[in-house]
Design a protein around this ligand. Structure first.
Ligand SMILES: NC(=O)c1ccc[n+]([C@@H]2O[C@H](COP(=O)([O-])OP(=O)(O)OC[C@H]3O[C@@H](n4cnc5c(N)ncnc54)[C@H](OP(=O)(O)O)[C@@H]3O)[C@@H](O)[C@H]2O)c1
Length: 282
């Protein structure tokens, strides 16, 4: 029951209408019986939105596209990892002091570590955007030998230099996959409207690979279907979505998140509780 003491958390981004974050977070609050509520705000002016968080005493915010980088300059403190990544996906308000965090990398790594060990393994990471960068930091911190490949090679080089990856290149170097243990797609290729697409030709997949597609809409991307057909272990993008939200939940509430309840809400939504076209970005 919402009352005068309810702590409000929110999502800020554009678009936000089809986000699953309110569902995941509110399910968690209900499961623990805590007086919190989570809502979405479509935001074009991030500066004024952050002033609003401060003025209204909003406890925490998830930050999504297009504000993950631009939000940083309006916050009071930045967690060191988010500072290195140069982007935040989470804001916590402690009595008017706003701190930015980035839980995307941890969320991705938790999803991956549920399926495979990482230390000493070789990973090929496809992509050079914000999500790829957050994941690259996590992989390097866990002793993974990392090769970054991206459509725009200059961005792969920049990312590789930032995290001291062992190699980088354009998409012509996809043959690196033949000696890899882990393959990660951190591009939007395979998302709705182009679900017949995969950035990786099927014949490059092999059964020693763990394949992680961070696209979560649809849940079964062409890449993951083909990876399973080739005998690979697979990691679903929705797991990253779940675990980054779990970390946000714990930052907002200071309590251990009720993972089974939150996961069940998310999987029900993705399995037909909602139309697939509504299983969209955070
Ligand atoms: N599961 C989760 O929780 C989660 C979390 C964050 C993001 N995501 C998803 O991850 C994807 C990437 O997000 P982001 O924030 O990193 O985006 P971003 O910063 O815009 O970066 C997108 C990257 O994908 C590459 N790319 C885009 N279209 C491509 C194509 N047709 N062929 C080859 N490469 C292409 C871009 O290459 P260029 O450099 O050449 O442009 C760029 O490196 C999105 O689909 C997003 O929804 C999922």
């Amino acid at each position: 029951m919402i009352d005068a003491n309810t702590k409000i958390c929110c999502l800020i981004g554009e678009p936000v209408e089809h986000s699953l974050s309110p569902l995941i977070h509110n399910t968690g609050y209900q499961a623990l019986g805590i007086n919190y509520a989570y809502v979405s705000f479509r935001v074009s002016d991030i500066k004024r939105a952050i002033e609003g968080i401060r003025e209204l005493g909003i406890r925490g915010a998830s930050v999504t596209i297009p504000h993950k980088v631009s939000a940083i300059k309006y916050l009071d403190k930045i967690d060191p990892l988010a500072g290195e990544i140069g982007a935040v996906n989470t804001i916590v308000n402690d009595d008017g002091v706003l701190t930015g965090y980035n839980t995307d990398g941890d969320g991705a790594l938790q999803a991956l570590e549920a399926v495979t060990t990482l230390k000493g393994k070789k990973a090929v990471l496809i992509g050079g955007g914000g999500a790829a960068l957050a994941i690259a930091f996590g992989l390097k911190a866990r002793g993974v030998k990392l090769v970054v490949l991206n459509r725009t090679e200059a961005k792969a080089r920049k990312l590789a230099e930032k995290v001291s990856a062992g190699g980088f290149g354009g998409l012509k170097k996809l043959s690196e996959i033949s000696s890899a243990d882990i393959l990660i797609n951190a591009t939007p290729v395979g998302m709705l409207l182009e679900t017949d697409q995969s950035i990786i030709p099927k014949d490059l997949l092999h059964n020693r690979l763990t394949v992680f597609d961070i696209v979560y809409n649809p849940r079964e991307t062409r890449l993951l279907i083909e990876a399973r057909e080739k005998g690979c272990a697979v990691v679903y993008g929705y797991k990253m979505l779940l675990y980054q939200a779990v970390k946000q939940f714990e930052l907002f509430t200071g309590l251990e998140a009720p993972l089974p309840a939150m996961e069940s809400a998310l999987t029900q939504a993705s399995e037909g509780g909602r139309d697939a076209t509504h299983f969209d970005r955070r």
